[in-house]
Design a protein around this ligand. Structure first.
Ligand code: BMA
Length: 316
C-alpha cells in the first residue's frame, strides 16, 4: 500500500468512489464547486489553488474579469468545497499554485511581463499581506510548481518553457535554488509521449510526497482537428532527484468528459492546479479548472493512483 508522507488532514473533502467505477479518479457529484456566481464582475473562475489554513482552507483563485483581465484573488472556506472569494486583486496573471514550506505559504503563478509570461513567486503568512520575490524564470515560461520542502538543501520548482502564444510544444523541466532568488541546475523531467498528451505537458498541483517518491499530477495536451484537449496524467518522481521519472501512466487519469469540462470559454479542458492530501487515510482531493470557466473537484487515493500508474506503466 502506497503511503502519503505528510500531515493528517481529517477534513479533506471527500466522497466515496461510486459503485462500479473502475478508474482511479472520480468526480465530485456536485461539480462545479465554483462558478462566476462566486464573485461580482467575474467572467470565469477556474485553474485555482488551495491549501489547509487555520483549521480550514485558503486559496488563490484565477478570476478572468468581465474586461477579460487575468487576476488572482484570495478565498477562504471551512470545508474546501464552499468558498468565499475576496474581490481584492492580489496579483495579475493566472494559473496559481500554492504550497506551504516551513510555515510560509508560497504562491507561484504565470506572471505577465511586457516580454511574455514568466513565473511569479510570492509568500504570505496570513493570506492578507504578500511579499513578492523575484520572478523565477526569464520569459517565456508557465506552469511553475514548487516542491513543498527543500530537497537536499535546495528549493525545487517544475517549470514549462514556452512561447508567447498558445505554445504548440512543451516539456517539463526542473530548476533548483538555495534562496528562491537565483535558480539554476536545469534538468529535463518529461516530455509528451503518448497520443493523449502529444502536443505538450505541464506540471499541475504541488507534488505529493509518498513512500514511492513524489506523486505529480500534470496536464497533457492533445491537438485535434478542433484545437487543444487538456487532460490530467500522473507520474512518480524520484524522492531525492525529482527530475528522474520512476513511473508514469501511459494514459490520462481524468479527461474532459462531463459537460462543464467540454463546454465553456475554452472547450475540452481539465486543468489541475491543486491537491489536498490526508496522510492518515491516503485520500486526495484534486482541484481543476473545467473548460477555462469553472473550478471542479475530483477524488482519488494515493494507493489507487500509484497502483493504476504501475498497472498502466508507460513503456518505450
Ligand atoms: C493554457 C493556460 C491555461 C488554460 C489552457 C487552456 O495555455 O492558459 O490557463 O487553461 O491554456 O486554455
Amino acid at each position: 500500500m502506497a503511503k502519503i508522507i505528510g500531515a493528517a488532514l481529517p477534513n479533506v473533502p471527500w466522497q466515496e468512489k461510486p459503485a462500479g467505477w473502475r478508474y482511479p479518479v472520480w468526480r465530485y457529484t456536485k461539480n462545479p464547486i465554483i462558478t462566476r456566481e462566486n464573485l461580482f464582475f467575474a467572467n470565469s473562475i477556474f485553474n485555482s489553488a488551495v491549501v489547509p489554513f487555520g483549521g480550514g482552507f485558503a486559496g488563490v483563485f484565477r478570476v478572468d474579469t468581465m474586461t477579460r483581465d487575468h487576476t488572482l484573488v484570495t478565498g477562504f472556506s471551512k470545508d474546501a468545497i464552499h468558498w468565499d472569494l475576496d474581490e481584492k486583486v492580489i496579483f495579475r496573471g493566472y494559473d496559481p499554485r500554492l504550497c506551504e514550506i516551513d510555515g510560509k505559504y508560497y504562491l507561484s503563478w504565470v506572471n505577465l511581463t511586457p516580454h511574455g509570461t514568466t513565473i511569479g513567486v510570492a509568500y504570505t503568512a496570513d493570506f492578507e499581506s504578500w511579499v513578492q520575490l523575484e520572478d523565477a524564470c526569464y520569459p517565456v515560461a508557465r506552469n511553475g510548481v514548487l516542491f513543498p520542502r527543500k530537497i537536499n538543501g535546495e528549493y525545487m520548482m517544475l517549470i514549462r518553457p514556452c512561447d508567447r502564444g498558445h505554445t504548440p510544444y512543451g516539456d517539463i523541466f526542473l530548476q533548483s535554488s538555495r534562496d528562491l532568488t537565483y535558480w539554476g541546475k536545469h534538468r529535463f523531467v518529461m516530455g509528451p509521449r503518448k497520443n493523449w498528451e502529444m502536443t505538450k505537458v505541464g506540471a499541475g498541483p504541488t507534488p505529493i510526497e509518498t513512500d514511492e517518491g513524489w506523486l505529480a499530477f500534470y496536464h497533457g495536451v492533445l491537438t485535434s482537428c478542433n484545437g487543444f484537449t487538456y487532460a490530467m496524467g500522473a507520474a512518480i518522481l524520484d524522492k531525492d532527484e525529482p527530475w528522474r521519472v520512476l513511473h508514469r501512466a501511459d494514459c490520462f487519469l481524468l479527461a474532459p468528459h462531463e459537460q462543464y469540462e467540454l463546454v465553456g470559454d475554452v472547450p475540452n479542458v481539465v486543468f489541475p492546479c491543486a491537491a489536498l492530501a490526508d496522510a492518515d487515510t491516503g485520500r486526495i482531493a484534486i482541484y481543476y479548472g473545467g473548460a477555462d470557466t469553472v473550478v471542479a473537484l475530483a477524488f482519488t487515493t494515493v494507493d489507487e493512483t500509484v497502483a493504476f500508474i504501475k498497472a498502466h506503466e508507460l513503456r518505450d
